[in-house]
Design a protein around this ligand. Structure first.
Ligand SMILES: NC(=O)C1=CN([C@@H]2O[C@H](COP(=O)(O)OP(=O)(O)OC[C@H]3O[C@@H](n4cnc5c(N)ncnc54)[C@H](O)[C@@H]3O)[C@@H](O)[C@H]2O)C=CC1
Ligand SMILES: O=C(CO)COP(=O)(O)O
Length: 352
């Protein structure tokens, strides 16, 4: 039995996991913590250091072995620790997992750039587009660091809580340097984590960013109780819109049907654990965005990314009715009800 049409015969010389002694994780939120713990479980003498901002959370992680703010009730492996001190977190690390929300990533990276050697690969798990520049993380990282830095983009259907529970998960590691993608594959691959590789960085990144916007739309439909037919039609249309934009950006069609595309779209649009979907559900039930954001301690990247998508649609001259309607609802230019009415009354089309 095999997962792929083709066998990957290329082997890495030596095991990256065996060679790794220390890995730093930027951002001790839910996903940084979960991925740090997934690595730590692989090798008990690997040092995994979470770089966090809050000294109280740092103390809890080190004394209680629990991330009491973002993953309450889950014990962390003893070889995971936290610090608020960037130079100490980074020194000697062979890899850096970047799990800081996209909109905070530029300032964060500028702040740590002098401590991070330019040879240390960044494994970026953040999904979204930067407001203002419109950049993807693969553009933002070199722009913020003002230099080239090896970077791999790890994406796919992977709720932090389920990774923390060590439940089966599949992700994809994207890097133009196929060897580095295979190195990251070997680092994270375990009996409970499958890691595919690809060189289609743009495809993986754009799918990861746009599925968050689509999940908000799916939540709106759910919150308005429009039914299963409406939800399925919306997600199918959203998939087409993501494909249209992804193709313009040069993404490969296979990425769209893979883990970072269809896989993550299904997870986030249907899965109860999605923060983006729950923002949409609350909007669909009539709550105001300000109140939703004020009552949530976790990031829903689709909220900021939605506005960027409007600019991309204009720039690449592609019509994205569902994805751009999300921005209109978030900006209070349309109510959820008006957005649905508008989309349902667009001209009937031939499928493309
Ligand atoms: N939670 C999940 O299931 C998954 C999340 N992701 C992505 O991972 C990224 C991080 O998400 P989560 O960990 O879930 O977010 P979170 O909301 O749980 O935590 C965010 C973390 O980033 C830190 N942070 C925020 N601004 C910062 C700054 N300026 N400097 C340093 N640290 C800062 C926060 O203190 C917090 O520790 C997002 O882009 C998200 O889309 C990807 C896959 C799954
Ligand atoms: O990206 C995710 C799972 O793959 C997490 O989605 P949310 O940010 O909507 O919770």
């Amino acid at each position: 039995m095999r997962w792929s049409k083709v066998f990957n015969t290329r082997k890495l010389a030596g095991s990256p996991l065996e060679a790794a002694k220390k890995i730093v994780v930027f951002g001790g939120g839910s996903f940084g913590t979960a991925m740090g713990c997934a690595l730590a479980r692989q090798k008990p003498d690997l040092e995994v250091v979470l770089l966090v901002r809050d000294p109280y959370l740092c103390k809890d992680i080190n004394q209680l072995h629990e991330n009491t703010r973002y993953l309450k009730g889950f014990k962390m492996p003893p070889n995971v620790r936290a610090t608020t001190h960037a130079p100490e977190a980074i020194v000697g690390a062979q890899y850096a997992v970047h799990a800081v929300p996209v909109q905070s990533s530029r300032a964060f990276l500028q702040g740590i750039k002098e401590y991070l050697p330019s040879s240390v690969p960044i494994i970026c798990v953040s999904k979204g587009l930067e407001v203002g520049s419109g950049q993807m993380m693969s553009e933002l990282i070199p722009s913020a660091l003002e230099r080239k830095q090896p970077a791999v983009f790890l994406s796919g259907p992977s709720f932090a809580k389920e990774v923390m529970q060590n439940r089966p998960t599949g992700v994809v590691a994207a890097c133009k340097d196929a060897k580095l993608a295979r190195t990251v594959q070997a680092l994270f691959a375990s009996p409970t984590m499958r890691v595919n590789t690809t060189t289609d960085v743009v495809g993986v990144e754009i799918c990861g960013a746009l599925k968050n916007v689509l999940a908000i739309a799916a939540g709106i439909v759910e919150g308005m109780d429009l039914g299963h037919n409406a939800l399925a039609a919306l997600i199918a249309q959203g998939c087409s819109e993501i494909r249209w934009l992804a193709e313009k950006l040069g993404a490969k069609p296979t990425t769209m049907s893979g883990l970072s595309g269809l896989g993550d779209i299904m997870l986030t649009c249907y899965g109860d654990l999605s923060r983006n979907r729950s923002v949409g559900m609350r909007l669909g039930r009539g709550e105001r965005l300000e109140d939703i954001i004020a009552s949530s301690s976790q990031v829903a990247e689709g909220v900021a990314t939605a506005g960027v998508v409007v600019g991309l649609a204009r720039k690449y001259r592609v019509s994205l009715p569902v994805l751009t309607a999300v921005a209109q609802v978030l900006d209070n230019n349309l109510t959820a009800r008006e957005a649905v009415f508008h989309i349902m009354n667009l001209p009937q089309i031939e499928e493309a």
